[in-house]
Design a protein around this ligand. Structure first.
Ligand code: PEP
Length: 248
């Protein structure tokens, strides 16, 4: 049985005091909610504040990105050691916005996913196709290629820690959501490819859906047998709306 994971990607929003205000309002709304795992991904400047406030609660916190090296001359980056020392437990890797704006390649994503695992961080590996790729029937090829690139040399014994976030790029921040049927069908494709890479453990790997998830559509998406959670952007910025999504 895969425990669903409901994650908030706050992107480049919220100062530390705004993040703290969110958490103070959010924790009572989800107190005692242990059916699902709930994880907040604040910006790096708010991460320590959030981690310190959620410590000991049913909510965890992680980073929106990281470098793969333990330390080094990488101005502006954050290492896995820095994140684990802070108390972060999860990390987003390969978000489509990083692929689009920050030169995030499959090779770099591969190094980051493996670094996360070796430091005990749970990687949420983001994959997804563009609209023209879906419309021209290339979705499966695109996802297969992203998975093959990201998972080359991935240690199979840690495969159950891996989380995939399937986020069709055309649905991110656009208000367009994949229908539950399209999302479920695509998650099955992703799981089959995971099985090719990692074997039967693919059945234990959580595959989250992301792309304009909101309180109005979270239930129909999360009821699908292969949708094991949600990665939520815009609708995670308000405590009541993110709590409603988690309580689908
Ligand atoms: C995201 O940023 O991962 C995302 C899915 O954003 P939104 O929910 O706003 O589409």
């Amino acid at each position: 049985m895969r425990k669903k994971l409901i994650a908030a990607n706050w992107k480049m929003y919220k100062t530390p005091s705004e993040a703290l205000t969110f958490v103070e309002a959010f924790l009572p709304l989800v107190a005692g909610h242990t059916r699902d795992e709930i994880v907040l991904f604040p910006s790096i400047t708010s991460l320590a504040t959030v981690i310190n406030r959620v410590r000991g609660t049913n909510v965890a916190a992680g980073a929106q990105s990281m470098h793969w090296a333990n330390e080094g001359a990488y101005t502006g980056h954050t290492s896995p050691v820095m994140l684990t020392t802070l108390g972060a437990t999860h990390v987003l890797i390969g978000h489509s916005e990083n692929r689009q704006y920050d030169n995030e390649t499959d090779e770099r994503i591969n190094l980051k996913v493996k670094a996360a695992i070796s430091h005990g961080l749970i990687p949420l590996l983001c994959i997804g196709e563009q609209l023209d790729e879906r419309e021209s029937g290339k979705t499966e090829d695109v996802l297969a290629s992203q998975l093959a690139g990201a998972l080359a040399g991935f240690p199979k014994e840690h495969a159950d820690k891996l989380v995939i976030a399937y986020e069709p790029v055309w649905a991110i921040g656009t208000g367009l959501t994949a229908t539950p049927e399209i999302a479920e069908e695509t998650h099955v494709i992703v799981r089959n490819h995971m099985a090719q890479h990692l074997g039967d453990v693919a059945n234990d790997i959580r595959i989250l859906y992301g792309g304009s998830v909101k309180p109005e559509n979270s239930k129909s998406l999360l009821e699908q047998p292969n949708i094991d959670g949600a990665l939520v952007g815009g609708a995670s910025l308000k405590p009541d709306s993110f709590a409603a999504i988690a309580q689908y």
